[in-house]
Ligand binder design. Sequence first.
Ligand code: UDP
Length: 310
Amino acid sequence: MRVLITGAAGFLGSHLSDRFLAEGHEVVGVDNLITGDSSNLGHLQRDERFRFSRQDVSRALEVDGSVDGVLHFASPASPIDYLEHPIATLDVGSLGTRNALELARAQGARFFMASTSEVYGDPLEHPQRETYWGNVNPIGPRSVYDEAKRFSEALTMAYHRQHGLDTRIVRIFNTYGPRMRARDGRVVSNFVVQALAGDPLTIYGEGSQSRSFCYVSDEVDGIYRLFMHGDAEPTNIGNPDEFTVRELADLVLELTGSKSKIVARPLPIDDPKVRRPDITRAREMLGWSPRVPLREGLKHTIEWFKGQGI
Ligand code: UDP
């Protein structure tokens, strides 16, 4: 197959490009590089089956030749990024999704939407099944991401129903691993970088809020299987092992051997109190479940950051 991946220079987009290439496919990677980093694709420069095209998918999306799949992964995805680029985030999740869907339709290609556990907002159902409609503040600072992704899901389903487009929607839960940016702002990269530098680990609020962290190779495996073998209904892909932020901080300190202290910082507005995927659907439909425990994934991540000179 030949697939186009938007956001290919990002954390997930670059790992996903690697996976498609490893499976023998061709990849056209698109990115405008506002939060993506071309160094994530440096190792693919000489691969003839990979092509990079710098485009802003919110303006237009073009491709030379034909593609069999369009995977829409472009978007700022860390809270600090989407707070810094609120309108660009809304654009890429609305105009960008529309452009990506139109390209898939014109090409007769399968469309794959990278959605998020943020569609569940601050959830009142726990763990979250795909049937849960969520609890999202439509006008809060996080809404630029949450509502853009909810709109993307609605638009994807509309193309599926009205045009019969072959579509997929993945709801991605907190994912971590090599190629996260040191200044990404998310909790795993922050804690690892702080611990390695001997700086205090910044816990927002009391640290009793929970997340369920999925190692990137597991996440990409679930995404690849969903693309190949899934259906149009949204599917959670994440690791259901749940940890509080404080537990994560303690584990990072243990694995790095760091003497860093822990300091409290204000809790961001509308920060979800709990998050954990119910992955029954992915297990049954795709035969997928995550394999890498947090302790092991963190070791790889710490080694990678050390290799970056951090
Ligand atoms: N968090 C934290 N310290 C940090 C960064 C994040 O305590 O330096 C918390 C944040 O408030 C949230 C959780 O860690 O409760 C996960 O945050 P992240 O930004 O990684 O992802 P989110 O799930 O909020 O999108």
